[in-house]
Every structure is written in structure tokens, then in C-alpha cells.
Design a protein around this ligand. Sequence first.
Ligand SMILES: *Cc1c(COP(=O)(O)O)cnc(C)c1O
Length: 384
Amino acid sequence: MRKPYRFETRTIHAGQPADPSTGAVMTPIYQTSTYRQKRVGEHLGYEYSRTGNPTRHALEECLSSLEEGHAGLAFASGMAAIDAILHLLRPGDHVLAVDDLYGGTYRIFEQTYAPMGVSFSYAPASEPAAFLKHLRPETRLIWLETPTNPLLNLCDIRGIAEGARKMNSSAWICVDNTFATPYLQQPLNLGADIVLHSTTKYLGGHSDVVGGAIVVRDAALAERLAFLQNAVGAVPGPMDCFLVLRGIKTLPVRMERHASNAEAVARFLETHEAIEQVFYPGLPSHPQHDLARRQMRNGGGMVSFTAKGGTHAARRIAEGTHLFALAESLGGVESLIEVPAAMTHASTLDSPLAVSPALIRLSVGLENTQDLVEDLRQALDALA
Ligand SMILES: *Cc1c(COP(=O)(O)O)cnc(C)c1O
């Protein structure tokens, strides 16, 4: 299914025609590892489920349509998808990455690929020209995350893609679009080559599945990554693909509500006397609010902040909410709170990417807005 249909329609229908054998409206969970062949090599397009499975195929088509790419590939986790992208590299290659990253991305860079001879450097990516000064002749991959996890800085995707092209860089530009989702921004349309997702987060949307995905716009790159998906084999099972497909159907309505709740929470936090700083791209106080308005449909559902009481206060707030559950992960319908330095980003401890232990990160869910604000208020008031 391609364009004429708009985004909301494609979340529900792309890649998901009624099942040809039964008419089932929901894509069946094809719980099979293999497929009967009529004659040797003569089959209906499926041979073995590591290589291809109809439920996974529906998800891959849907993701490709939403990111407006050439092809989508589903993986067993976001990290498995990242690993497949890093398998494109060879010893001696260099990766230039934004300097605020998901902790697991930093960990696989430094602890899995650096020992094999790939080098990594990190730089702020808010100013394209300053960021691209770190490009080298051997840079094969530019790694962006926007908004970044956990500081919610933005990368100017179009500015970086145009700048890199002007410098004749042959590096692929990969954008981790997990925080924004294709509903808020479509990196391929802004000049990126590869989009990465942890579908565990907003695409799945219900904290009930772990998954990952890649979408690319170049056919040759798609073929190489599909080879790696099959050769390395970190594929998701059909049940997990079904759950992500079902989650995606409500992505647009969820993202609207995540963002309106997050904005209300961020505005409340800005007015509370116990708060030092609030990070939310949808607030005019965010240093890249103009870029957010250009690049993203809304500010998203993630909010980070620091309290005046520092590390001690951060712990007390994170342990003092009732509705916001103290937990890692994000993007589900329920609200979560965490301390990145001690939880999701523990692997960056003592590194240049270390985050302040006083930082708190919220994944703002779909509960009643006032209930969420009141929960945070009681946790903050308890500090006094
Ligand atoms: C969670 C996450 C990942 C890793 O995905 P998994 O599904 O947990 O393997 C990568 N990038 C970002 C931004 C994430 O939040």
C-alpha cells in the first residue's frame, strides 16, 4: 500500500490486506517454522521462518510504509537491529555519533565493535557544521538519535544530511527514531539513509513485547541488511510481530495524547519550586524549540528534569511517585519514572557520555493528565 493513503490509514492497513486464505481481518500469527514446497524450490514465497514469515512480512511492509522507505526489516530487539547495521562495517571504519545516546547503543559500540577495530567518536549534533568537523575520510556511518535519550537534545537531520553530502562523505546516516516514531518525524524524507527503531517502545506501545526494526530507502542497502538479518538470524517470532502490528494501529492517537500529557507535565514541573531544569522539546524554554517545531509534529512523550536537591532528591522523587512506576523502558500506555545514571544509562558511567545522577526521566503515559500532575506534585512536595 503506498501513498495516496495518509499516515493514520497506513498505520491500520499497510501490509495488512485481509488474509487471502480465510478473509481474517487481523493478520494471523503464522506460528510455523517451515513451509511445504510443491516441487523442489517451488513454493509460495516462504521457505523457512528465519528467512521470512508472513506475520513478520506484514510488519515489515507496514514499517516501510510509515517511514516512507524502500524496505523494512524486523528484528528480535532494538539492539539486534543496531547490531545488523554495525555488521555493515569493517575493521578500520569510523563511526561519528551524537554524544548523547541510549546506553545500550554506547555499550555495543564500545564493548562489542571497538575491540574488533571499528572506531567511534562522539560530538554534539545540535549544530550541523560543528558536528561534521569530526567527519573523517574513513567515516562510514553517522549515528544520530533525536530526541536523544535521556537529555532530549535534537539533531538537525536535514542540516547534517545536506552538510555531509556537500562534503562528499560516503557515510550512511542512521537515525534512531525510537523516541519520535514516524508519526512525529520521518528521517528518510529529511535525508537519512537508515532509520532504526526499538519497537519495544512507542511502536509496540503497551510494554508487552521486545522488538526492533530498520527501514532504508536504498535497494542495495536493503538487500545487504536483509542478507544480514537472515545470516545472523536475530529475527522476531510471529507472535511478537503481531503485537507490534497491533500496537502500531493506534500510534497516531497515542502519540497525540502522550505529547499533550507530556507537555502538561513539563509545564507543571517548570513552575514547581523544587525543580532546577526541565528538558522537553515541546516547551519554548527548550534551546532547540524552533528546530523541534520544524522537524517534529509535536514534542513527544518523554520529559527529563533535575531537582534542586540533586542526586538525593532524584532518588526520593523516583521512589516517591505512586502512578509513575519506577521502571526502565518507555513508550507504553502507562507512565514510568527512572534515574538514567543508575538504570538505563549505567553503562555510560565514568565515560564522556555519563549523565548526571541528579537527572530524572519520565515516560509520560496516557492516564488522566491531572492524576499525573498530582502524583508528581505529591512526590515533589514531600521533599520540602
Ligand atoms: C530501548 C532503546 C534501544 C534498544 O532497544 P531494545 O528493544 O531494548 O533492544 C535503542 N535505542 C533507543 C533510543 C531505545 O530507547
